[in-house]
Design a protein. Structure first.
Length: 196
């Protein structure tokens, strides 16, 4: 496996580690604050690999169909892990993860359908913007967890919760909008195949 795909695949490792660190401290009641610090490290490293894997692939001429499929898949796994942890912790509303999950499963289905015809559906601009909002949403949720575990002042909690709700709504809107864009691309692809 080349370097860029290895960076992408590392997020598949970080996801379960994030889950374990998040909940082991809750289950045991120990190291709650230390766990938050480690969660931030995992979060930033995961997001950093998401930023650089594509750049590395282009710089080293390692762009491949595997990379085009692995990158969004790794993104879904790691961010769905964030959101699941935040939902169980009562930080993210259940409707947010519900809508995001349906969107991501729909995209996976479209990618599979296009791959059957020999085409890898690469990330589009709307999907990339959605990913940025997902990362901001996860970071904001993690900030709320940090505020809770470090017993920060109530005004900080209140501000973070309002800000988080705004980000969650924006992330869902971008997710739905980018899904519509992918459907349009898929339909255009099907029409082109039918015409040829």
């Amino acid at each position: 496996m080349n370097l860029s795909n290895s960076l992408t695949a590392s997020r598949l490792v970080f996801a379960p580690v994030f889950f374990l660190v998040f909940f082991l401290s809750v289950w045991t009641g120990a190291f709650l604050q230390s766990a938050v610090v480690l969660l931030w490290v995992i979060f930033f490293v995961s997001e950093f690999t998401d930023i650089i894997d594509g750049k590395v692939a282009r710089a080293r001429n390692e762009i491949s169909d595997l990379g085009k499929l692995l990158d969004p898949f790794a993104d879904v796994i790691v961010r769905f892990t964030y959101f699941l942890c935040l939902t169980v912790a009562g930080v993210m509303p259940a409707w947010v993860i519900f809508l995001i999950m349906y969107r991501e499963l729909g995209i996976i289905f479209l990618r599979m359908m296009m791959y059957r015809t020999g085409t890898a559906l690469a990330a589009r601009t709307g999907g990339k913007l959605k990913s940025v909002l997902y990362a901001i949403a996860a970071g904001t949720g993690l900030a709320i967890v940090t505020a809770q575990r470090f017993a920060m002042a109530e005004p900080i909690h209140a501000f973070l919760e309002v800000f988080a709700l705004v980000v969650y709504v924006a992330a869902v809107l971008f997710a739905v909008g980018s899904f519509v864009d992918y459907i349009i691309v898929y339909r255009r692809h099907i029409k082109q195949n039918a015409a040829s």
